[in-house]
Design a protein around this ligand. Structure first.
Ligand SMILES: Nc1ncnc2c1ncn2[C@@H]1O[C@H](COP(=O)(O)OP(=O)(O)O)[C@@H](O)[C@H]1O
Ligand SMILES: [Mg+2]
Length: 273
């Protein structure tokens, strides 16, 4: 099979039409191999560390349609597969996003899979072993996934409770990649590219992010995401004073506790001046 990772120039930079993604390791090659081997993929890592961007980047690089579903606690198997809907007095079967992806091929990306209802696992199981089928009980169909179909799911292990964990019988059907925040120099480059703020002015924001991430589990449920650092840098680039941008984009979103917030403001003053 010919290599398909053609849309990268000699310097390794992605061409403009491809959503920009700075890899941390071998995840791009791994994704492509998983796709070629027809293996489902599980991405785990904290919120805002690049999982969704990675999937968008790879879908474009591989020339695959991307069907994204943001899972929530009310999402059921029928929301994914489809249901009979009333149309002008008749009931008409309407495909859900998973069924559409299986019919059309391409990547079906279930974001925050652990949020979805338990019955979702039942429809994923026959799709994620070598059968690669999607039985549609209500229409009596049994769809075979075409070679270009790939299931990708993501979740944040940091949010996990016993109630919301992926069962081993589900997770052991996936090849998995762990994501984390990029090393400082790489995160500076990403935030500068995303926000338009110069790397020198991004540097203290990334230093602050590292300090705030170290507080995870003590005062904070979750450290500050790369997404929020991009927001802060973007606000500064647009003319907001750095202290105000840091408060609005990197502190307020993290906590509602006045004491914790006051402590974070002190940390921010110490790091960014
Ligand atoms: N490795 C990366 N390369 C490029 N941009 C990144 C990277 N990691 C994070 N980002 C930036 O952070 C934002 C949030 O990332 P996203 O993929 O939405 O996070 P997740 O899906 O893990 O919650 C992106 O929109 C992008 O601006
Ligand atoms: Mg995401």
């Amino acid at each position: 099979m010919k290599p398909v990772l053609h849309a990268v120039d000699a310097s390794g930079a992605a061409q403009p039409s491809i959503p920009h993604y700075a890899p941390a390791g071998n995840e791009c090659a791994l994704f492509e191999l998983a796709w070629r081997r027809r293996l489902p993929l599980l991405l785990k890592g904290p919120t805002g560390c690049g999982k969704t961007r990675f999937v968008a980047h790879m879908a474009t690089r591989l020339g695959l349609p991307l069907h994204t579903v943001a899972c929530h606690d009310d999402l059921s198997a029928a929301d994914l597969t489809g249901r009979h809907l009333l149309k002008g007095g008749d009931t008409v079967w309407t495909d859900g996003p998973l069924t559409r992806a299986v019919r059309e091929g391409g990547i079906c990306y279930l974001d925050e899979i652990v949020e979805a209802r338990k019955d979702v696992a039942v429809v994923l199981h026959p799709l994620t072993d070598d059968r690669r089928i999607l039985p549609l009980e209500r229409t009596g169909e049994e769809l075979s996934a075409p070679p270009g179909f790939m299931l990708v799911v993501s979740y944040n292990p940091g949010y996990q409770s016993l109630l919301k964990a992926l069962k081993p019988s589900t997770r052991q059907r996936f090849v998995a990649i762990e994501f984390d925040f990029l090393p400082a120099e790489q995160e500076i480059a990403v935030v500068a590219a995303e926000s338009g703020l110069s790397p020198e002015r991004v540097r203290p924001l990334v230093a602050l992010a590292a300090r705030l991430r170290a507080l995870k589990g003590h005062d904070l449920e979750e450290g500050v995401s790369t997404r929020l650092v991009v927001y802060a840098a973007g606000l500064i680039a647009a003319g907001l004073r750095p202290a105000e941008a840091v408060l609005a984009a990197m502190i307020e979103p993290l906590t509602d506790e006045p004491d914790v917030k006051a402590a974070l403001v002190e940390v921010a003053k110490a790091v960014t001046g």
